[in-house]
Design a protein around this ligand. Structure first.
Ligand SMILES: NC(=O)C1=CN([C@@H]2O[C@H](COP(=O)(O)OP(=O)(O)OC[C@H]3O[C@@H](n4cnc5c(N)ncnc54)[C@H](OP(=O)(O)O)[C@@H]3O)[C@@H](O)[C@H]2O)C=CC1
Ligand SMILES: O=C(O)[C@@H]1CCC=N1
Length: 272
């Protein structure tokens, strides 16, 4: 792709996205620009991926065809005001900030009427297996959507979703990797308890989680039916299922995601 991609903020999520984009080969690292106040993070992405770095957000804003705001939600407004006059007229202005609505981004941009993409990716973008949900304002055209789809598609799957669903999407695909890692840790601890060496435990568990997810994506079979196929009558799996149901596993997951979506809603109310 022959576009300049800029990142404002070089934290966990920007680093994951830069890694995903560069590894995919879609964009040359010399076409990626990143700004951040702390130079250590910048040095890290330059040495790892060969991207252009600067402490000056405005420098990134001036050159970017797609500008990605990757700072914490409460900092967005001040950063947008700082760079708004430097942005190109036809920039695709993209935010990954949780809870930051398109309307509030438009307000922060003031007189600048720009194409806006609101997206919620997740950290697995770093290994090309991300999930990004996307919404846009009316100024975004078909070609822009193709650009965004290609960019975000370079490191995982892309789904367009009406913006009213973003609190749920933020919880389900943005935040839920944290829950899956806890599940992986718990399964690995159980393997260690059963005497399996820890390094082998992580491999066994992670591959099992990956394969299980692939089964859902590739077969399209309902997860309940796939679960039934694992549980031999009177066998080992149904014993595990019975304990999870008794301990309220489903209910705990549903409550966790509800709390996460609620927090996204609160961020919207406080930062917009
Ligand atoms: N982590 C995740 O899984 C996901 C995060 N997001 C969203 O991505 C955004 C970033 O999150 P995350 O990467 O986790 O957070 P981080 O804190 O890791 O990254 C934010 C980065 O922004 C930098 N920063 C702070 N102030 C400025 C400024 N004025 N100008 C430029 N850069 C600045 C920070 O530097 P310093 O450390 O020096 O303050 C830091 O490097 C958030 O809005 C979050 O909602 C979205 C999807 C998933
Ligand atoms: O925890 C957070 O707020 C960010 C947004 C989604 C994932 N991480």
């Amino acid at each position: 792709m022959d576009k300049i991609i800029g990142f404002i903020g070089c934290g966990n999520m920007a680093q994951a996205m830069i890694g995903g984009i560069v590894d995919s080969g879609l964009i040359s690292s010399k076409n990626i620009y990143v700004s951040n106040p702390i130079v250590e993070q910048l040095d890290l992405v330059r040495s790892k991926y060969g991207v252009n770095i600067t402490k000056d957000n405005r420098e990134v804003a001036k050159v970017s065809d797609v500008l990605i705001i990757a700072v914490k939600p409460h900092i967005c407004d001040q950063v947008i005001k700082e760079i708004s006059h430097d942005l190109k007229d036809d920039v695709i202005f993209t935010s990954i900030a949780a809870g930051k609505t398109i309307k509030s981004l438009e307000e922060s941009l003031g007189a600048r009427k720009l194409k806006i993409i609101r997206t919620m990716p997740n950290t697995p973008v770093q290994v090309g297996e991300g999930m990004s949900v996307i919404a846009n304002n009316d100024l975004v055209n078909e070609d822009d959507l193709k650009t965004i789809e290609e960019l975000f598609g370079s490191f995982g799957r892309v789904e367009y979703l009406e913006e009213k669903f973003f609190d749920g999407a933020t919880a389900v695909s943005g935040s839920s990797p944290a829950c899956i890692y806890i599940l992986i840790e718990a399964l690995a601890d159980s393997a260690v308890r059963a005497g399996i060496p820890r390094d082998k435990a992580y491999t066994m568990v992670a591959q099992t989680v990956k394969g299980t997810a692939e089964m859902v994506l590739e077969t399209g079979i309902h997860p309940g039916e796939l679960k039934d196929k694992v549980c031999s009558p009177g066998g080992t799996s149904i014993e595990a299922v019975a304990v999870l149901e008794k301990e309220g596993f489903r209910s705990a997951v549903i409550s966790a995601i509800k709390a996460s979506a609620q927090k996204s809603k609160e961020l919207s109310e406080n930062n917009n």
